[in-house]
Design a protein around this ligand. Sequence first.
Ligand SMILES: [Zn+2]
Ligand SMILES: [Zn+2]
Length: 267
Amino acid sequence: MAWERKRVFIVVKTYPTPATKGTEVSCTAGITEEGSWIRLFPVPFRFLDEDKQFPRYSWIDVTVERASDFRPESYKLNPDSIQIVSSVPTDKAWRDRKKIIYPLMRHCLCCIKREHEAGGNSAPTLGFFKPPSIRRFRMKSCAADWTQTEKMILSQQTFGFTNTPDRILEKVPFDFHYEFRCPHASCTGHAPKCSDWEIFQAYRKWRAKYGEAHWRAKFEQRFADEMIHKFDTHFFVGTLKAHPQEWTIVGLFWPMLAIQGDLPLGQ
Ligand SMILES: [Zn+2]
Ligand SMILES: [Zn+2]
């Protein structure tokens, strides 16, 4: 397998988890210039030098090699090779972002799963769709702290990066889920976990800012009320290497609802 240079539009960044091959990694995915899905790993995001910490919805150039992962979009990246090219703004209900992402839109999660089951090893393990409606947002309490093993992993300094984060990765004591149904009579409903970095960051930031008594109202306003009723919410979904049949929400896509009279998206 050979290293190659690719230009990638980053759309997914999940909150990091302790990983045995390296201290912490997040699922990072994007769309290539040719319009295909690509998953990049390992991305020890907090360990990257500041000029390499790419924001979501930016184009980056990166040197990659096809990974041994069975998932067809997976590429290993050389973290030193990351170059941020440009960011794509939110103007006109995220029009320019939609132009890049919408060609990969699928009908619903059931259709994505069916495509995956029918396509075997060559079928995409990343997907994008807009649920017709979202039934509800749920937060479930989970472990308040990392296990001893996870702590050990997180305190390793194995990357050889010059930039070591000041603090150990914070354990967020909640799992976040969205419940929805696809527009097919056969769909029994879905309630996948959401691992978008943004939702975890919002929890950390707002708990620090508003305190234990008040963060929850602010948090639920954004991720329940607004995500369900105010924004034109779409989901990025993906499977995990260890659980190839399990789809989780790896990213939220939430432009404002398009204003009437706005130009429709060209093909
Ligand atoms: Zn469908
Ligand atoms: Zn369904």
